[in-house]
Design a protein around this ligand. Sequence first.
Ligand code: ATP
Ligand code: FE2
Length: 330
Amino acid sequence: MSIVCLGIEGTAHSFGAGLVSSKGEVLSNVWDMFSPEEGGIHPREASRHHSDLGPKIIGEAIEKAGVTFENVDLIAFSRGPGLGPCLRTTATVARTLALKLSIPLIGVNHCVAHIEIGCLESRFEDPVTVYVSGGNTQVIAYAGRRFRTFGETLDIAIGNMLDTFGREAGMRFPAGPRIEIEAKQGRNYHTLPYSVKGMDLSYSGMLTAAKRLHSEGIPLNDVCFSVQETAFGMLAEISERAIAHTKKKELLLTGGVARNNRLTEILRGVAKRHDAKFHRVTPSLAGDQGAMIAWTGILQYQVGDVIEVAESQVLPKWRTDDQDILWRGE
Ligand code: ATP
Ligand code: FE2
């Protein structure tokens, strides 16, 4: 018989709730992103957004799925990594529901959820994953019961780099989509620091240089074009090396920055060169949302990976490779 999991996501600026069945059907997926008028995200303001809007978002997810709370069999929540205040608010909502409904509670690693929702959608079994978002930039592959980080940013995440540059150029958060539109009109490439160190990369140098180009009056579309080509080229290099090294035959692109069509095109080329299948997670499942938490919650539940409310403290620094993945084979 099929069971239904309510997944609650709230690690950073977005709060989301999604319902997924054990057959892998996404029954609903509702979220709202906290977007300040200006400046970056303040963790406490974001957590207030989550506590103010959380109940409504969860109610909507239940309604859209065409079920009632009595039909929910499990509660999964994003336990980390993320911003402390946001995680605690989300966990409190999840614990309350689990206790009230007397159903199991599952703590999900946010990054692992980005991978698993991509595997559900693509039916990939063992991909090299490029996980790119506001807070993360990682190339990941499964080995020995863990999702191993093969390469990652040594400083800021790619989404953070895009958002910070965009803010400097007068764009609202999140700037990634605007930069993509600008870049399409760009024609002239201006050299920016290309920084790959072994399997890792760094974006802070090119952020500083891109800001300088902008302040020197280089047209915004050309700067955006140069930023994208440089940043995505670096990612392509380490992804290619990961594919070549692991000999895996699937390449998965996930996380909020996966919405970028140019990055998708570049990585599709990498996969093709290595005779690997490629999948970019659908935009509605690429960013932060509850369905990915719900689906990973089901996978964990099926192997007994549930937690007691009393032991469900949040893990703000929980690394991708710091969890035994009990539902996948050796
Ligand atoms: P995480 O907690 O996993 O780091 P997150 O909190 O950053 O995730 P996501 O929704 O996964 O949330 O990603 C948001 C990021 O995606 C933002 O930095 C945003 O600018 C970026 N983004 C969204 N659309 C695009 C796009 N089309 N091109 C480039 N970047 C994009
Ligand atoms: Fe995320």
